[in-house]
Ligand binder design. Structure first.
Ligand SMILES: Cc1cc2nc3c(=O)[nH]c(=O)nc-3n(C[C@H](O)[C@H](O)[C@H](O)COP(=O)(O)O)c2cc1C
Length: 301
């Protein structure tokens, strides 16, 4: 038996396979298809301080080996999430990581404080792939803004804080180091790649918004590169997110330095994908001679 436990700050996850934010809601649609208490953690859909309508439909478009989405952070707001969505999810026995996004510096502290007080939330993931109010640049594209957001959240909670970075940067090492130095317990690499899907006859976006975020199998080689580079630059765990469809994909990420992984688009293809991956991971690690997950993490030469 290989030990699959992984530590994210003070939190120990039973295994490294999580559900990625925004791809499984609060788990309510997965009942009967997936045992939420078996995955390492469920990262819930990003919530903001105020409810948001998000972008008009269509919100997703399928592309070659992937999908492009423009949800626009549609959500019910942090308070309604805590009151309505969180209790049934916690009741399933799932380890819950709450994803939040702020649009001004103080909001990161306010949101982290709400999740600190929320029973059943084990850690907070900061979705830094949103712009500060009035700016075009994403917070995760600017190390100074990453420092500000992570510091505010860090000061507002004793629960582990995970900084989710954007792949839309020249070098991921800068943002990863900024997050680690500001007190993040882990970084997630990465959110979706900026993308267009074009209806060339109508000369318009095929989405309800001018641009979207690209995810799925096609992004994996690029995110593997970013995970490897981030892992070389920081001493905190790197959580990989990008194009994982199979247990072999998970092994590729662990090998290049990821301590844990998140399953996103794969859940849309097969709602039980994370469980199928999890079932195969332990025997596969044993066959590779690993007694514990950490023996294999970062073994890439
Ligand atoms: C429809 C959809 C909605 C998403 N919503 C969120 C979100 O609310 N917050 C977030 O941090 N990431 C969000 N993501 C990004 C995923 O969590 C994940 O990081 C990304 O899709 C890459 O992984 P994948 O290729 O396995 O899907 C979303 C992705 C998709 C496809």
């Amino acid at each position: 038996m290989a030990n699959l436990e992984v530590a994210i700050g003070s939190l120990t996850l039973k295994n490294p396979v999580m559900l990625a934010s925004g791809t499984s809601g609060s788990g309510e649609e997965l009942h009967g298809l997936l045992q939420l208490d078996r995955v390492g953690a469920v990262v819930t859909k990003t919530v903001t301080l105020e409810p948001r309508e998000g972008h008009p439909p269509p919100r997703t478009v399928e592309t070659a080996s992937g999908m492009v989405n423009a949800i626009g952070l549609a959500n019910m707001g942090a308070d309604a999430f805590i009151a309505e969505k969180l209790p049934p999810l916690v009741a399933t026995g799932a380890t819950v990581i709450a994803s939040v996004a702020g649009f001004a510096e103080e909001e990161w502290g306010e949101l982290a404080a709400k999740m600190d007080a929320a029973e059943g939330v084990s850690a907070v993931e900061l979705n830094l792939s949103c712009p500060n109010t009035g700016e075009e640049k994403l917070i995760a594209q600017d190390p100074a803004q990453i420092t500000a957001a992570v510091s505010k959240a860090r000061a507002a909670t004793s629960k582990p804080v995970i900084a989710k970075l954007t792949p839309n940067v020249t070098d991921i090492a800068g943002p990863a180091v900024a997050a680690a130095d500001a007190g993040a317990d882990a970084v997630t690499v990465a959110n979706t790649l900026q993308a267009l899907v074009v209806d060339w006859r109508r000369k318009k976006s095929r989405l309800g918004a001018p641009q979207g975020g690209f995810s799925g199998p096609a992004v994996k080689p690029h995110i593997l590169y970013l995970v490897n580079r981030a892992a070389a630059g920081v001493n905190i765990p790197v959580i990989a997110s990008g194009g994982i469809m199979t247990v072999e994909d998970v092994c590729e990420y662990l090998c290049v330095g990821a301590s844990a992984v998140q399953i996103g688009t794969a859940t849309f293809v097969d709602p039980s994908a994370a469980m199928k991956i999890l079932d195969k991971l332990e025997p596969l690690l044993v066959s590779l001679g690993a007694e514990k997950l950490a023996d294999y993490v970062g073994s890439y030469a």
